[in-house]
Write a protein that binds this ligand. Structure first.
Ligand code: APR
Length: 390
């Protein structure tokens, strides 16, 4: 049976960052991916890179297109009751963010991995993990078996890896709101990302490129996209983002979908030689655009642990993997929920809707005048330094 030191399931941000780090360190690995390369490279997802992520890409030599085509941001804008708060996180904490669509991150990392001779199998629909409690678990895929010293479950929330952990405690919370997500063929009406608490709840103007923009508008949990015509979405955005003297340009809708607002965290991301990384282990509400960055940090922590074990026989990184990752995951859970509650309203019929809205306005007034509160936002929003050095 062929052997790979690390078998990686999933070619999303977690799997591709891990694979490229391993390859760069001369540690052999194999990535198996259920979808086609084309599908992975076109899948519209997140688009905001924290400073630690950008620094990693620079150090690893992966940042050429990111730096050439991405947009570096120093600040963001919050709106409420017609007021506008500009948070200059570049000035507050000395770090910036980059807007760069996730599908471009995935495209770059696939290209780099394959150019280095990495083994990456697309359209694998039969992946299975055996012998999780053995020292060399087996990956079965595409009619072959591969023994591995480690298996990395980077296969997202609906993958096969988390079930392979067996019975695992987890926190799972569905929130009182959802999002209508829309990609439109229109340039941005703002230079920086706008998060707004409008009369009907959250509205967001994200950026993707000079000709395409991403928007979100709050909807009730469990809502369906069929209830949202293009006109209804644009009308909700015009209402939610409204600010005196500012206009929102509209354009043809490329894609629209419903985003379920959920928080999910497993209590342990490891079972023997199987390690979960990214969405397979945790989901955060996308309000702070943290999911991709969290997945990348997990991959870095796992790479560092494997590298230390292979080079020094040191198992401390492996043993601390889950707690190291989950410390950051819970920090981001807290920040994402703080942002979500501040910028969303409860459903119409909810008895606490009025109270919750009044509280959000009080938070936003405090954010508008308090540098300490702004700094708390800024250091969470642009990302804390990585817990490992890679
Ligand atoms: N076999 C092989 N590949 C699989 C399987 C399977 N059984 N199940 C899922 N996959 C693949 C998916 O097709 C996808 O390409 O695993 C990959 C998981 O990628 P992501 O869902 O992007 O997860 P992750 O790398 O953890 O990144 C998390 O990216 O999805 C965005 O913003 C989102 O926060 C999230 C972040």
């Amino acid at each position: 049976m062929r052997h790979s030191t690390v078998g990686i399931i999933g070619a999303g941000p977690a799997g591709l960052v891990l694979g490229n780090l391993l390859l760069g360190a001369g540690i052999d690995c194999v990535i198996i991916e259920r979808q086609s390369r084309e599908y992975c490279q076109k899948r519209v997802r997140a688009g905001l890179l924290e400073e630690p992520t950008v620094s990693l890409f620079r150090r690893q030599g992966w940042a050429d297109r990111l730096l050439a085509q991405g947009l570096e941001h120093n600040g963001t804008e919050l709106r409420y009751l017609g007021r506008r708060i500009r948070l200059d996180y570049g000035q507050l904490v000395g770090r910036t963010m980059h807007v760069y669509p996730q599908q471009e991150v995935v495209t770059d990392l696939i290209e780099i991995f394959l150019a280095k001779g990495g083994e990456l199998h697309f359209e694998v629909d039969d992946a299975a993990i055996y012998g999780v409690d053995c020292d060399r678990p087996t990956l079965r895929f595409a009619g072959q078996e591969r023994s591995c010293d480690f298996v990395a479950g980077c296969d997202g929330f609906f993958g096969i890896s988390r079930p392979a952990l067996g019975p695992v405690d987890a926190w799972d919370r569905h929130h009182e709101f959802g999002w209508v997500a829309m990609l439109a063929a229109v340039g941005p009406s703002t230079d920086e990302i706008v998060y707004a608490l409008g009369p009907d709840g959250f509205a967001g103007h994200m950026l993707r490129s000079s000709t395409v923009s991403r928007f979100y508008v709050q909807c009730p949990p469990g809502d369906v996209i069929e209830s949202w015509s293009d006109d209804r979405i644009w009308s909700a955005l015009q209402n939610g983002l409204a600010s005196p003297g500012w206009t929102l340009a509209e354009g043809p809708v490329i894609e629209k979908s419903i985003v379920d607002m959920r928080s999910y965290v497993v209590a342990d991301m490891r079972r023997n030689r199987l390690f979960l990384a990214g969405d397979s282990a945790h989901i955060v509400p996308p309000v702070g655009a943290k999911g991709m960055n969290l997945a990348i940090v997990d991959a870095c922590v796992l790479f560092d642990a494997v590298r230390r074990f292979l080079s020094l026989g040191d198992e401390t990184g492996l043993d601390a993997y889950s707690s190291t990752c989950l410390e950051r995951v819970w920090r981001i859970q807290d920040f994402s929920m703080w942002m979500a509650w501040m910028l969303h309203t409860l459903p119409e019929a909810h008895p606490d809707r009025s109270y919750s809205l009044a509280r959000s306005h009080a938070q936003l007034r405090y954010l508008e005048r308090s540098r300490a509160y702004q700094t708390q936002f800024a250091e969470n929003y642009v990302g804390f330094p990585m817990p490992v050095t890679v």
